[in-house]
Design a protein around this ligand. Structure first.
Ligand code: NM2
Ligand code: OGA
Ligand code: ZN
Length: 384
């Protein structure tokens, strides 16, 4: 990315850059000053910013701009500060690109929606390869980012092994259920997960805020009849609802549902969040869906409640549609991870002779994405 021309705009309040490729972008003087990379602005070791917004004069403007052998040098008044900028860095961080996707329910381009037809593409990797091979780990983590689900095969059928899966990328999130929990039939279950009942596809712990953003379920025994696992792309469900019934989508995203868990002494977890969560610019950012833990919904006006329930019912019908699900029966030593803000998981009921024992734990996506980004950077540097 070689720079060709730098023109000061608006009495120094802006800058227009032209690259040799023909690309052009405008920047504001205050933005450039804030993003200077010199050692007084950014600590050289950790890259953190040393200055505050208040340290930048409100009347900051550009008084000189020059290009020397492709490198940009800018002088800011009233500080009379000269700073060099990297042309490629500026091209990568250009924001003069129009409004971006403002469609309600837009998704970042890294994500891919899926349904039952993608079963064969469900990412899976042997446990040992993820521990040994950074490239394999990177691909597996990238699949979690892209699809919101991935499997691990050929792990040890040993209690606690799920912690090693979490350790591949991050840290367990401990909750009232423990650092990890035993998913098997119990006598006085504090949660319906600890029975042989089938569980409709759901996200875990919607009654928590913030919700755990990852869940690992690890199989130790699964010889009982039934107990198959299903996963459903909640974003694909939401997009299908939006196509069929934009008003229903709008109701489920516009109004908060309520979720609650009160199954153990001393625990009263409650949250107030929509079933379909959108970001401030319309991005589809999360699904909360769990029939067992939905509390009385009281934040929908009377006039809208009937239509809200119709939308809720239709959302559930799409969730339950076999055309949306990828299904598998975990074998001892196999596990899967889901992005619990997006992908719903279900299990078929189980009974009869044999046994079923899974262990589960929560973790968080920020740590996973951090590990993925760091591994990708190392690989990029190696390729350069
Ligand atoms: N367990 C397995 O979110 C839920 O209540 C689902 C969670 C009990 C930790 C089950
Ligand atoms: C859970 C759960 C599924 C299973 O524990 O959250 O959904 O396969 N379990 O037992
Ligand atoms: Zn669950």
């Amino acid at each position: 990315m070689t720079l060709q021309l730098a023109e000061i705009l608006d009495d120094g309040q802006g800058l227009k850059l032209s690259w040799q490729s023909g690309r052009q972008a405008r920047f504001h003087a205050v933005w450039l000053r804030d993003n200077a990379q010199d050692p007084e602005t950014r600590a050289p070791g950790n890259g953190q910013r040393l200055i505050t917004i208040g340290d930048i004069p409100a009347d900051t403007r550009l008084v000189a701009a020059s290009i020397d052998q492709g490198a940009l040098s800018l002088t800011f008044a009233p500080e009379n500060k000269q700073v060099a900028f990297d042309a490629t860095w500026l091209a990568r961080h250009a924001y003069d690109v129009g409004a971006g996707d403002q469609t309600i329910g837009w998704l970042p381009s890294e994500l891919q929606l899926w349904d039952a037809r993608h079963q064969a593409q469900l990412q899976q990797a042997p446990f040992a390869s993820l521990q040994r091979d950074r490239g394999a780990l990177r691909d597996w983590l990238a699949a979690v980012q892209r699809d919101g689900v991935a499997k691990v095969t050929d792990g040890p059928a040993e209690s606690g092994a799920l912690l090693q899966v979490a350790g591949l990328f991050g840290f367990v999130r401990e909750t009232n259920y423990g650092r990890w929990f035993e998913v098997r039939t119990e006598v006085n279950p504090n949660n319906l997960a600890y029975t042989g009942l089938g569980l409709q596809a759901h996200t875990d712990n919607p009654y928590r805020d913030p919700v755990p953003t990852l869940q690992i379920l690890y199989c130790l025994e699964n010889s009982a009849e039934g107990g198959d696992s299903l996963v459903v792309d909640g974003f694909a469900v939401a997009k299908r609802l939006q196509e069929e019934d934009p008003r229903g989508f709008a109701l489920l995203s516009r109004y908060c549902a309520r979720f609650e868990y009160a199954g153990s002494d001393g625990v009263r977890l409650r949250s107030r969040r929509p079933m379909i969560e959108l970001g401030p610019d319309g991005e589809l950012i999360g699904i909360r869906f769990n029939n067992r833990s939905t509390a009385p919904i009281v934040d929908v006006p009377y006039e809208e409640m009937r239509a809200y329930y119709d939308a809720y019912r239709r959302f559930a019908e799409i969730v339950d549609d076999p055309a949306m699900a990828m299904a598998f029966k975990l074998e001892p030593g196999q596990s899967f991870i889901v992005d619990n803000t997006r992908v719903l998981h279900a299990r078929k009921g189980y009974s009869g002779a044999g046994s079923r024992w899974l262990q589960g734990c929560y973790a968080d996506k920020d740590g996973l994405l951090s590990t993925l980004a760091a591994l990708s950077e190392v690989q990029q540097e190696a390729a350069e």
